[in-house]
Ligand binder design. Structure first.
Ligand code: PMP
Length: 360
């Protein structure tokens, strides 16, 4: 397709006109299909959090600019959360920044930490925002493919040797890590995390760890932030998403935490992107982060049940279904139902079955 209408856009950003999620969601709306393609849950998060946001609007306490790096009580709640779930000690005053979703945290971290031409390593397949944000930051994206189910005999897994080879480039500077992983549902194991940490330390990489799905991990898997490994905290920016953890994806409250020097860099950029965001939602997400363990256990039970019914149903239809350890996503191999490529399959699926999925 001609992209003359993008003449004014700088050439390096022209490939990013469309997001596959936006495109497929529009298709879902157009044909009235069930949209399984976008990462959002079917039901809203807790009513008690809604009430806090509504009250913050009604009382006026949430309607004007909140403090630049985030409401102090939300930053405190983020610090308490990192301590409670992972034993990580972060100072809410210097080591935390509230962002407009995990998306802005990712963009700000990349813009702040990537010098022009630095290589940013991503595990492939990856969330499409990564490619665009790396290009915005003028970095060079180096994709390290995961080992596929055909290679591992089960799910997608880290290819540590390929990662080590990519990291050994003298221009490699950042590892953009994502576990639980969109779109494969892979959750890095302790052994894989140890290899990643070893590589990051050996090659002096900064790790931007996208942990948006930290609370969406199925037993017996567990989420371990890479920042908890020895000598990793000081080189890691850890990113979370209130949208994902509390099923309010439209609220767009996220955060980054880590050592003060890295967070200071992220803060400088982020304050000039959105300055602040989500006034009424910030106290609500603070309350969410303090919900009892029961909430988090219940959240995952619901997703686990639906994961099984979707995976079993797809397998019965003849799809090759890849084991998923976490996230909202299930990856299937469409060759079992007579297709050779996922894109053709996904373009035909809405008309044929009233369902939208995303090609990897
Ligand atoms: N990281 C990953 C891996 C995601 O899948 C998403 C949302 N799809 C985000 C970050 C963005 O999260 P948020 O809505 O909080 O900006």
């Amino acid at each position: 397709m001609s992209n003359d209408h993008l003449d004014r856009l700088v050439p390096r950003l022209r490939p990013f006109e469309k997001s596959i999620f936006g495109e497929m969601s529009a298709l879902a709306t157009r044909v009235g299909a069930v949209n399984l393609g976008q990462g959002f849950p079917d039901s809203d998060g807790p009513d008690e959090l809604k009430r806090i946001a509504i009250e913050a609007i009604d009382s006026g306490s949430g309607n004007q600019y909140p403090p630049v790096h985030g409401l102090p009580d939300l930053r405190l709640a983020i610090a308490e959360h990192q301590q409670r779930f992972y034993g990580l000690t972060v100072d809410p005053v210097t080591d935390v920044v509230v962002t407009t979703g995990a998306s802005e945290a990712l963009a700000a971290a990349l813009i702040a930490l990537v010098n022009q031409g630095d290589q940013v390593i991503v595990l492939e397949p990856y969330f499409d925002l990564y490619a665009a944000a790396i290009a915005i930051a003028e970095g060079e994206r180096i994709a390290v493919p995961l080992r596929t189910p055909a290679q591992t005999g089960s799910g997608f897994r880290l290819d540590a040797e390929a990662l080590r080879a990519a990291a050994s480039s003298p221009r490699a500077r950042i590892l953009l890590l994502n576990s639980p992983h969109n779109p494969t549902g892979m959750v890095l194991t302790d052994a894989e995390l140890a290899e990643v940490a070893d590589i990051a330390i050996a090659h002096d990489l900064i790790v931007i760890s996208d942990e948006a799905y930290e609370h969406l991990v199925f037993e017996p898997n567990r989420h371990v932030p890479i920042a908890t490994l020895p000598a990793m905290f000081e080189r890691t920016v850890t990113i979370g998403s209130g949208g994902k953890s509390f099923s309010f994806t439209g609220w767009k409250v996220g955060w980054a935490s880590g050592p003060a020097d890295l967070v200071a860099a992220v803060r400088v950029v982020r304050q000039h992107l959105s300055y602040v965001s989500g006034g009424p939602f910030q106290p609500a997400i603070a309350a969410g982060l303090r919900l009892p363990d029961f909430y988090f256990a219940h959240l995952i039970e619901g997703f686990d049940r639906r994961r099984h019914s979707l995976s079993n149903g797809l397998a019965e239809l003849g799809f090759g279904v890849c084991a998923t350890d976490g996230t909202y996503f299930v990856v299937t191999d469409v060759r079992g139902v007579g297709y050779e490529d996922g894109e053709t399959f996904c373009r035909e699926l809405p008309e044929r079955a009233g369902v939208v999925a995303i090609p990897i």
